[in-house]
Ligand binder design. Structure first.
Ligand code: NDP
Length: 506
C-alpha cells in the first residue's frame, strides 16, 4: 500500500514532504510554513501533509487572480483560446483518469468504481464548457427607436470558489469549467480534508498552459482562507458548495462589496414510491439514492416516502438488500460502499442514529460501525434504515449526510406532496409510479430544483443543478451555470446619428 501511495503522491509538487499550494503560477508553502495532515478515511493513516494557507496566502491568491484578470491578457482572451485550454485540460484528465481516481479513493474513501465515474464526469464537464465558450450568448431586441439593441455576456472578474469533500475533483470541475469558459480568473479552495486531487489538477493546469494567476488552488481551513475569499472586496463573485450553515456565513461575509453569490447547499430529498411503481426498480433506486457515496451526497434520497399499502413489503425487501451491501475499503474491488470522510463526520452521523432511536423511530437495520479490524480503523457506518418515523423528528427534518434512510408513509397523492415539501430544503426529489400523469402532477408540485421520475441521481453537465428554498441560490451546470459566471451588458447603437433636439439649440 505504501508504495502505491507514494506513486500516487509522486506527481504532487512537494517540498520537505509537504504538498504545496498553487498561487500565481507557482507552487509554494504556506506563508508561515504550516501544514495539515491528510488522513485516509478507510484506515486512519496519515497519507500526506498539505500546506495550510493563511490569510496572507489568501491575499496573495486574490491579488494574483486580480492581476491576471484586470491587468493580464486573460481579461481580453478569446473564447476560442479558452476553449482550446479547456479541451486540453479535459484530455489530460482523461489520460490521467486511472491515477486521479486512485488518488481520490485514497483521500476521500469512496470505492474506485465511483471515483472512476467522477473523473470521467469531471473531464466531460471541462469539455462541455469548452464547447459552450464559443456558442452564441447574447440576445438582440426590437426596440421602439432607430437603435440596434443587444446584450453581450462578459466575465464577472475574480471568482472565489469553495468546494466540499464529497466529490473533490468533480466539484472543482463544476466550479472551474464554467468560470474559465466565461473568462474569469479563479481561486479554488478545496476542502481541507480532501485537497489532493485539486493539487494534482494544478499540475495538469500548468502542463496545459493556462496563464499564471488565472487558476489558483488555495489550501487551508474554511473559516480562515475560505472566509477571506468570501469577505474580500477584490473578489467579485463567490461560489460555494457545502453545508447550509456555512453557506449562511459565506453569504453574510459577502455583503461588504455585494459580490455575486452562488450557493449549492444541503438537502433532505424525498423519494416518493407509489404502490403502482415497478417494485424492483423502486427498490434498486431507493438503495442507490441513499447509499451511493455512503449517503454523502447533497441530493441523496434520504427520505423514502412509501404508500402505506406497499410499506411493509417494500421495507422488508429494502432491509434484505441493504444488509447485503458490501462495505469496505474503496480499493477492494468487492466494495460497494466506502467509509465516511472523517472520524468527526462518522461521530456526527452516529449522533443522529442515537437521536432517531431516542425519538422513537424503529431501527430496521444497521445503526452501527463496521465490525472487525477495518471497522476499528476506518470511519465506516453500515447501511441504516429507520421506519415508523413522524414528520417532526429531527432525523426526518435534518440533513444527516450519511448512509441513513428514514422511511415515511403516505395514504394518497395529496399527502405524498405535503410530506415531500415538509422540510426547509428543496434540492432534489423523485417519484416512482407507472401512472405517468400522476408522476408529472407530483413532480410539478414538488418544491425542488432537481427531480427524477422512475430513477434517482442521474446528473448531467448539460442540465441545471441547484435548489429551491434553503438548498441554495442559483444554478450550476448547463447554460445556467455559464450564465452564473457572467455579467450581462446592454449595448445600444444609435442608427440615426443626428441631434435629438430634446433641448432647443438657442
Ligand atoms: P462545510 O460546508 O463546512 O464545508 C464545505 C467547504 O466550505 C469546505 O471547503 C470548507 O473548508 C469551507 N468552509 C468551512 N467554513 C467556512 C467559512 N466560514 N467560510 C468559508 N468557507 C468555509 O461542510 P462540513 O465539512 O463542515 O460538513 C458539514 C455538513 O455540511 C455536512 O454534515 C453536510 O450535512 C453538509 N455538506 C453538504 C455538502 C453538499 O454537497 N451540499 C457537501 C459537504 C457537506 P474546510 O474543509 O477547510 O472546513
Amino acid at each position: 500500500m505504501l508504495t502505491m501511495q507514494e506513486d500516487l503522491l509522486a506527481d504532487l509538487r512537494r517540498e520537505n514532504g509537504v504538498a504545496l499550494m498553487f498561487v500565481d503560477g507557482e507552487f509554494g508553502p504556506a506563508s508561515d510554513g504550516a501544514a495539515r495532515e491528510i488522513v485516509n478515511p478507510a484506515n486512519g493513516e496519515v497519507i500526506a501533509r498539505v500546506a495550510e494557507g493563511t490569510i496572507a496566502d489568501a491575499d496573495r491568491a486574490i491579488a494574483a487572480a486580480h492581476a491576471a484578470f484586470y491587468k493580464g491578457p486573460w481579461g481580453d482572451s478569446l473564447a476560442q483560446d479558452r476553449a482550446k485550454l479547456l479541451n486540453a485540460l479535459a484530455a489530460t484528465i482523461d489520460e490521467h483518469a486511472g491515477e486521479l481516481s486512485q488518488l481520490e479513493t485514497l483521500n476521500n474513501g469512496k470505492p474506485l468504481r465511483e471515483t472512476e465515474y467522477d473523473m470521467a464526469d469531471a473531464a466531460n464537464c471541462f469539455r462541455y464548457y469548452a464547447g459552450l465558450a464559443t456558442k452564441p450568448h447574447g440576445q438582440t431586441f426590437e426596440v421602439p427607436a432607430a437603435s440596434q439593441s443587444f446584450t453581450v455576456r462578459e466575465p464577472i472578474g475574480v471568482c472565489g470558489q469553495i468546494i466540499p469533500w464529497n466529490y473533490p475533483l468533480l466539484m472543482a470541475a463544476w466550479k472551474l469549467a464554467p468560470a474559465l469558459a466565461a473568462g474569469n480568473a479563479c481561486i479554488l479552495k478545496p476542502s481541507e480534508l480532501t485537497p489532493l486531487t485539486a493539487l494534482r489538477l494544478a499540475t495538469l493546469i500548468v502542463d496545459v498552459g493556462f496563464p499564471k494567476g488565472v487558476v489558483n488552488i488555495l489550501t487551508g481551513a474554511g473559516p480562515v482562507v475560505g472566509h477571506a475569499l468570501a469577505a474580500s472586496a477584490l473578489v467579485d463573485k463567490i461560489a460555494f458548495t457545502g453545508g447550509t450553515k456555512t453557506g449562511r456565513s459565506i453569504m453574510q461575509a459577502a455583503t461588504g462589496n455585494l459580490k455575486k453569490i452562488s450557493l449549492e447547499l444541503g438537502g433532505k430529498s424525498p423519494n416518493v414510491v407509489f404502490a403502482d411503481a415497478d417494485f424492483d426498480t423502486a427498490i434498486d433506486y431507493a438503495l442507490f439514492g441513499i447509499y451511493a457515496n455512503s449517503g454523502q451526497v447533497c441530493s441523496a434520497g434520504s427520505r423514502l416516502l412509501v404508500q402505506d399499502s406497499l410499506h411493509d413489503r417494500f421495507v422488508k425487501r429494502l432491509v434484505e438488500r441493504a444488509n447485503k451491501i458490501v462495505v469496505g475499503d474503496g480499493f477492494d474491488p468487492k466494495t460497494e460502499m466506502g467509509p465516511l470522510v472523517s472520524r468527526a463526520h462518522q461521530e456526527k452521523v452516529e449522533s443522529y442514529i442515537k437521536t432517531g432511536i431516542a425519538e422513537g423511530a424503529k431501527l430496521e437495520c444497521g445503526g452501527t460501525r463496521l465490525e472487525g479490524d477495518l471497522g476499528k480503523r476506518g470511519n465506516f457506518i453500515v447501511p441504516t434504515i429507520f421506519s415508523h418515523t413522524t414528520p417532526k423528528m429531527r432525523i426526518v427534518q435534518e440533513e444527516i449526510f450519511g448512509p441513513v434512510l428514514v422511511v415515511q408513509t403516505f395514504a394518497d397523492e395529496a399527502e405524498a406532496i405535503a410530506l415531500a415539501n415538509d422540510t426547509i430544503y428543496g434540492l432534489a426529489g423523485a417519484v416512482f409510479t407507472n401512472d405517468i400523469a400522476k408522476a408529472h402532477r407530483v413532480i410539478r408540485k414538488m418544491r425542488a430544483g432537481i427531480t427524477w421520475i422512475n430513477t434517482y441521481h442521474p446528473t448531467y453537465n448539460e442540465a441545471p443543478w441547484g435548489g429551491y428554498k434553503q438548498s441554495g441560490i442559483g444554478r450550476e451546470l448547463g447554460t445556467y451555470g455559464y450564465d452564473a459566471y457572467t455579467e450581462v451588458k446592454q449595448i445600444n447603437v444609435n442608427l440615426a446619428v443626428e441631434p435629438s433636439g430634446w433641448f432647443a439649440d438657442r
